[in-house]
Design a protein around this ligand. Structure first.
Ligand code: S3P
Length: 445
């Protein structure tokens, strides 16, 4: 679903941020819980589901594919139709802003013998889909989209799918997951090989639903083997809180003097925790309290305190996949550290909800920060604690993480930072403003 008129929002410099920040459920896990719940036979019960627009759009899509999806009290209940049981939707599937939603849905439906037309907002309609439709064609599905493999696009599913072995050419959990979801309704073994490990929520959750799935490390990379046509058993899923959302209050606390924030119950799956590792290397006062396991995922409570002694670092390219959504807000922390932070091997940032290197570089420069960038790298020259001038209005390009990153920047800057449109924040973190205000931040708009 597309959102209404642009809603600008301004973040002036903040006093200390203190207290507990209960961030919403994990977006990646929420999408997968709805989709796999719809492909199991019986009732899957989900608590902690992210009720952001991206996930609500995926829930509406699963209804259009024949599953029942409803909220009962605090629990989302999905009554699934079983593997191979998805039905032809009566209308276009609108995934709004969500690349994860559309790519996973394309995968799930690609091995069903009917056609589905997908669309989304202006951001999603500009993003590359060939990365999923190429491997889905190997199953026998056919894609008919706009030039450049863009939405709107009709995917004609394979009535008689064959299993696939596919090495992902880019590090992408969405591509991997699309192939695995398609493999669910193909006979035999579907194999995905990824050179670099990307988030593994699909593998963990498929195993949880009872699919036969194996993961091995080889000299080609991670080899994931899924046996097709399983009976998936419905699950009870407690979605951990999203580390990618936790990143915003954590990074805000690190750059705003006097701050001390606890962010409880955060998913710390190693395929997602790269930002926190990087912040610790920079000298952030960031600790993991009460580490434990919940619902097959490692979780802990994060405590972040103002950290005036942070230094720029070179982020290892091998870590990129585990923090791919966090580079925008890392660049804000980098601007408040001493010295240069170098981020390489991040070409994927150019094809997210917007070109995130360009959006951050342009906005940071307008805030008085020196940034250099190339096709797959960028560097930020830190200005030290509270050294960012701010005083700019920046373009968010329908990208929630760009909007939140610049609002965090404003909380720690000398003059207010305005984002031209805070609307997209609702895709992943609808309570962002209220949560940051409860910690002591203020916004105007
Ligand atoms: C996601 C995978 C990542 C990430 C996105 C969520 C997922 O995208 O950026 O926010 O849930 O699988 P890519 O697969 O394109 O890297």
């Amino acid at each position: 679903m597309s959102h209404g008129p642009a809603t600008p929002l301004t973040a002036p410099a903040s006093g200390p941020l203190t207290g507990e920040a209960h961030v919403p459920g994990d977006k990646s896990i929420s999408h997968r819980a709805l989709i796999l719940g719809a492909m199991a036979v019986g009732e899957t019960r989900i608590t902690g589901l992210l009720e952001g627009q991206d996930v609500l759009d995926t829930g509406a899509a699963m209804r259009a594919f024949g599953a029942q999806v409803a909220k009962e009290g605090d629990t989302w209940v999905v009554r699934g139709v079983g593997v191979g049981g998805l039905m032809e939707p009566a209308d276009v599937i609108d995934c709004g802003n969500s690349g994860t939603g559309v790519r996973l849905l394309m995968g799930a439906a690609a091995t069903h013998g009917f056609a589905v037309t997908y669309t989304g907002d202006a951001s999603l309609r500009s993003r590359p889909m060939a990365r999923v439709t190429d491997p889905l064609a190997l199953f026998g599905a056919q894609a008919h989209g706009r030039s450049g493999g863009r939405l709107p696009m009709t995917l004609v599913g394979a009535a008689d799918p064959v299993p696939v072995r596919y090495a992902t050419p880019v590090p992408s959990a969405q591509v991997k997951s699309a192939v695995l979801l398609a493999g669910l309704n193909a006979p035999g073994e579907t194999v995905v090989v990824e050179r670099e490990a990307t988030r593994d929520h699909s593998e963990r959750m498929l195993a949880g639903f009872g699919a036969e799935i194996g993961v091995e490390d080889s000299n080609e990379g991670r080899v994931i083997t899924l046996v097709g046509r399983p009976d998936l058993s419905p699950q009870t899923i407690a979605v951990p809180r999203d580390p990618s959302s936790a990143a915003f209050p954590v990074c805000a606390a690190l750059i705003v003097p006097g701050s001390d924030v606890l962010v409880p119950n955060i998913g710390l799956n190693p395929t997602r925790a790269g930002l926190f590792e990087t912040l610790v290397e920079m000298g952030a006062d960031l600790t993991y309290e009460n580490p434990r396991e919940e619902g097959g995922e490692p979780v802990a409570d994060l405590r972040a305190r103002f950290s005036p002694d942070m230094k720029g670092v070179e982020v290892p390219p091998a870590r990129a996949a585990s923090m791919i959504d966090e580079y925008p807000v890392l660049s804000v922390v980098a601007a408040n550290a001493a010295g240069t932070t170098v981020m390489r091997g991040v070409a994927e940032l150019r094809v997210k909800e917007c070109d995130r290197i360009d959006a951050m570089a342009t906005g940071l420069r307008a805030c008085g920060v020196e940034v250099r960038d190339g096709a797959d790298w960028w560097e930020v020259d830190g200005r030290g604690p509270c050294g960012v001038a701010g005083g700019a209005t920046v373009a968010t390009h329908l990208d929630h993480r760009i909007a939140m990153s610049f609002l965090v920047a404003g909380l720690g800057a000398q003059s207010p930072v305005t984002v031209d449109d805070a609307g997209p924040i609702a895709t992943s973190f609808p309570i962002f403003r209220a949560l940051m205000e409860a910690l002591g931040g203020t916004f105007r708009g």
